[in-house]
Design a protein around this ligand. Structure first.
Ligand SMILES: *Cc1c(COP(=O)(O)O)cnc(C)c1O
Length: 400
């Protein structure tokens, strides 16, 4: 057959995180004791009250199609959460419930972009952003947030990347993979640039509940009326409530954008799972004590990892302020040799770790920083300790 597949789809990069996870799984199945720092999801069970609400929904026969953009009960719950937690006012008709945060972000790109529109993506970035933009015929434009800047970009950098074709900026706070959060002042300056240049802001706030040291999560849409109009605020249940498998995400935006996203979704997937929607209502409106219990546990692990990494030779990491990842700088390692061979890249470093020390870490070339790895602390403290012991052992074997 000589039929050609979609060039756009063929150009999608297979996820590099999958290769390392597959390798770890393979080793584990062969009975090898692997420590997996690759996890992109909380390791806790979904809270019991949330599970009970889902079971109740099944018994109540709430198992049919719902309105494509979500049930009113959940939109009202999300509107209430936006008002109290994010300090943003969205009416239910400005909210679209989707099949996960990833789906919401895809809907946003579909709703905003025309062929050739540029989208500014601060690097390091979550590896799906560039692919989502390209699938919607947009062009990703990268701006680097260097380590000295806390891996964050500033308003001036964004402004100088803006062209007549710029349509939007993607802003992820707290950040995956860096764990950094943008302060109110930083967001005010960025909002000012977005308003002055009339571009949209896609605010991915998936990790908004996971912020440490008593710091405040600030939603850019809450700053003023002008930035509110131009922002699509995206979040979901996956990370904060340990509900990754349930697939519920949502957006708040201008009504016109919500309407377009709702239409796109109505043809692509129809409604998100009816049972999961009922569970999401309980998660958002029910008791929140499990959320803070998870946060406390993550915090203990974060502190432990920071302390250990600080004591290790050649590598370093900034203390994360949110999410559950350590973004580890390997620039002091790449010149070194392992068994006579120069390391050279984070990918090679990760290879040596998995093959010789049974530790899975995510090399971050696909996150825009090829001399960094990401270590997730969504695993038990015992596993973290074992994994860090092994990494330290490897580092001590390196030669100049
Ligand atoms: C996990 C994640 C999402 C989306 O999660 P879903 O499982 O699709 O709800 C979005 N953005 C970032 C940065 C993430 O890490």
């Amino acid at each position: 057959m000589s039929l050609e597949l979609s060039r756009k789809a063929l150009a999608v990069k297979p996820s590099s995180t999958l290769a390392i996870t597959a390798k770890a799984k393979e080793l584990r199945q062969a009975g090898i004791d692997v420590v997996g720092f690759g996890a992109g999801e909380p390791d806790f069970d979904t809270p019991e009250n949330v599970c009970d609400a889902a079971i109740q929904a099944i018994h109540d026969g709430f198992t049919k199609y719902t309105p494509a953009s979500g049930i009113m009960e959940l939109k009202e719950a999300v509107a209430g959460k936006f008002a109290s937690f994010n300090k943003i006012h969205y009416d239910p008709d400005q909210i679209v419930i989707s099949n996960g945060g990833k789906h919401s972000l895809t809907n946003i790109c579909m709703a905003l972009l025309n062929p050739g529109d540029e989208v500014i993506i601060p690097a390091p970035y979550w590896l799906s952003y560039p692919e989502m933009v390209k699938l919607a015929d947009g062009i990703p434009v990268f701006v680097r947030g260097e380590k000295e800047q806390g891996y964050k970009v500033n308003a001036a950098q964004i402004e100088s990347a803006i062209t007549p074709k710029t349509k939007a900026l993607i802003l992820n706070t707290p950040s995956n993979p860096t764990g950094m959060i943008y302060s109110r002042e930083e967001l005010e300056a960025i909002a000012d640039v977005a308003v002055r240049n009339d571009i949209y802001v896609i605010a991915d706030e998936m990790y908004e509940y996971l912020v440490y040291d008593g710091l405040e999560h600030v939603s850019i849409a809450s700053l003023n009326e002008e930035i509110y109009k131009r922002t699509i605020t995206c979040s979901g249940l996956a990370k904060g409530y340990s509900m990754t498998g349930w697939r519920i995400g949502y957006t708040g935006s201008a009504k016109e954008i919500a309407k377009v996203m709702g239409s796109v979704q109505s043809h692509a997937t129809s409604n998100p799972n009816s049972i999961a929607q009922k569970a999401a209502v309980e998660a958002i409106t029910g008791p929140q004590d499990t959320v803070s219990a998870m946060l406390n546990e993550f915090d203990a692990r974060r502190r432990y990892m920071c302390r250990r990494i600080k004591e290790m030779p050649y590598i370093s990491a900034l203390e994360p302020k949110g999410a559950f990842y350590m973004f580890v700088d390997l620039s002091g390692v790449l010149e070194k040799k392992y068994k006579g061979e120069q390391i050279g890249s984070a990918a090679r470093f990760a290879d040596i770790l998995i093959n010789n020390y049974q530790v899975a870490a995510v090399p971050c070339a696909d996150f825009g920083f090829d001399d960094h790895i990401r270590l997730s602390y969504a695993i038990s403290i015992e596993q973290i300790e074992k994994g860090l012991d092994r990494i330290e052992e490897m580092l001590k074997k390196l030669e100049s």
